[in-house]
Design a protein around this ligand. Structure first.
Ligand code: F6P
Length: 540
């Protein structure tokens, strides 16, 4: 038995589960009509309603006790203090320093990192001003109109998600695109209608060695030089965001055009570092700082709010309740805002790359479930696709509903209808419709069971007033810290990603094998050998 499952709160929760597994939200709400007002919390402009969860005061007490016994607060403080909690890479985990105010002091190895953070932010702002004002000229003297971020994973998902989310605040005469896939189609389609003389590439890569990004960056350089026909053009049309100055120079980008960050920023936690440069070019330095302020406000809430009112703590613990006691496999994140179209995709990396782990910090194989599968789509589209399974399928899928009280595009009655769907879905999922109610509606008894909604499907509702840079920052930080809480309880390292290595190494080995007809002799398993041979024979 591992340490986690030996904790007294864990064992009490196992017993408690048996008293809760059949309790229905209908009964919980009937027992306490004030539940919907009481089971709420607020922080950094976000309001969380967690009353539609299959919990009682006792459940919450035990979950909070679990957090205490698992040392979550201590681990959180260690992260904020810059301790090297990423033990497999011997690194501090300090994305919170990226949004710390100018006068904060946060030390790594005895050095205050905050001045460096603000020095890069200031350089980014100055560069953004030049691009936005049209004073940064391309090689032929024309202003930049198109920005193409080349990156993948954390060097793509954060910027593309946030750019889409904050498009309302963007300077619309700039075209901003994101190339991530090594499939040449991505680069080809994103550049086909762009004028090279007015295009700036931002090569974003923490390591500057990622195969996909470097391949795309080299092809982008060819595309540019194919038109501008002068190597000197690279200096006006390529900038880099990286921690690896040596590789940036090797690629041919002057480090004067490089925006740095640090090894204590994990890729999936880097969207508010210089990795957010494409976003800053779109929305400007001031709005970008508003985004950082939203992150910081949620950081402070997480750091200081009492556990029972602490949004990331509550969301993390509720997730543990379903993941580890009810056996739920996944979580659906359902933002009711078209601007958040990429939010679930972003969270997939944040959560699944962080907590998809199988050994504890002490190298023990876990004997409990760790990170859930994260998925979702913006409402209302998802309602007409997969909600059927959430309502009437056999799987328990806790859902996060995210909505805003004000729309950025007033067009009555759209927003009221959109939000009516948020409230209707969470109500339907919680309370369902009984056989008696179905029959009372006059439905033929022969088909009535098909019309029954069991209900008791748990949901969180997160409401904010309006989607602003500040709100988005708070929302992202909320999920970052939710992931932290869960990883701390599971006693895993949420900050490495060794699971992506094996495939990378094998792809590096196989790539040259695809080019040669007979040689080298293939030494894989019979399936891989046969597939490679078939591909070799048919590749154009
Ligand atoms: O997918 C693995 C990974 O290392 C991610 O953690 C990271 O965000 C991504 O690759 C891109 O890495 P880089 O920014 O170094 O190109």
């Amino acid at each position: 038995m591992s340490k986690l499952t030996e904790l007294s709160a864990w064992q009490a929760l196992e017993d408690h589960y048996y008293t809760m597994q059949d309790r229905h939200l209908r009964d919980l709400f009937a027992a306490d009509p004030t539940r919907g007002e009481k089971m709420t919390a607020e922080g950094a402009g976000l309001y969380l309603d967690y009353s539609k969860h299959r919990v009682t005061d006792e459940t919450l007490k035990l979950l909070l006790q679990l957090a205490e016994e698992a040392g979550v607060a201590k681990k959180r403080d260690a992260m904020f203090a810059g301790e090297k909690i990423n033990i497999t890479e011997k690194r501090a985990v300090l994305h919170t320093a990226l949004r710390a105010p100018r006068d904060a002091v946060i030390e790594v190895d005895g050095k205050n990192v905050v001045p460096d953070v603000h020095e890069v932010l200031d350089r980014m702002s100055a560069f953004a001003e030049q691009i936005r004002a049209g004073t940064w000229l391309g090689h032929t003297g024309k202003p930049i109109k198109n920005i193409v971020n080349i990156g993948i994973g954390g060097s793509d998902l954060g910027p593309v998600m946030a750019y889409e989310a904050l498009k309302h605040y963007a300077q619309r005469d700039l075209t901003v695109r994101f190339v991530s896939n090594v499939d040449g189609t991505d680069l080809a389609e994103k550049t086909r209608d762009l004028d090279p003389a007015q295009t700036l590439f931002i090569v974003s890569s923490k390591t500057f060695t990622t195969q996909e990004t470097m391949t795309n960056a080299r092809s982008a350089r060819q595309w540019l030089l194919g038109s501008l026909k002068d190597d000197a053009a690279v200096a006006r049309h390529f900038v880099a965001v990286s921690t690896n100055a040596a590789e940036v120079t090797k690629f041919g980008i002057d480090t004067a055009n490089m925006f740095g960050f640090w090894d204590w920023v994990g890729g999936r936690y880097s969207m508010d570092s210089a990795i957010g440069l494409s976003l800053m070019l779109a929305i400007g330095g001031d709005q970008y700082r508003e985004l950082l302020a939203g992150f910081h406000e949620m950081d402070e809430h997480f750091r200081t709010a009492p556990a029972e009112k602490n949004l990331p703590m509550l969301m993390g613990l509720l997730g543990i309740w379903y993941n580890n006691f009810f056996g739920a496999e996944s979580v659906a994140v359902l933002p009711y805002d078209q601007y958040l179209a990429y939010f679930s995709a972003y969270l997939q990396q944040l959560d699944m790359e962080s907590n998809g782990k199988h050994v504890t910090l002490d190298n023990e194989q876990v004997d409990y479930q760790t990170g859930p599968i994260i998925w979702g789509q913006p409402g209302t589209n998802g309602q007409h696709a997969f909600y059927q399974l959430i309502h009437q399928g056999t799987k328990l899928i806790p859902c996060d509903f995210i909505g805003f009280c004000q729309t950025l595009n007033p067009m009555p009655p759209h927003h009221d209808l959109l939000m009516a769907n948020v409230f209707a879905q969470t109500e339907a999922l919680a309370f369902g419709k009984t056989l008696e109610q179905v029959l009372a509606d006059g439905v033929d008894a022969k088909i009535a069971p098909h019309r029954v909604f069991e209900g008791n499907r748990p949901t969180s509702t997160i409401l904010a007033d309006k989607l602003t840079p500040h709100t988005l920052g708070a929302l992202i930080a909320l999920y970052e810290h939710k992931v932290f809480v869960q990883g701390a309880i599971w006693d895993i390292n949420s900050f490495d990603q060794w699971g992506v290595e094996l495939g990378k190494v094998l792809a590096g080995k196989i790539a040259p094998e695809l080019q040669s007809e007979g040689e080298p002799e293939l030494k894989h398993d019979s399936s891989t050998n046969t597939l490679i041979k078939r591909y070799r024979a048919r590749r154009a």
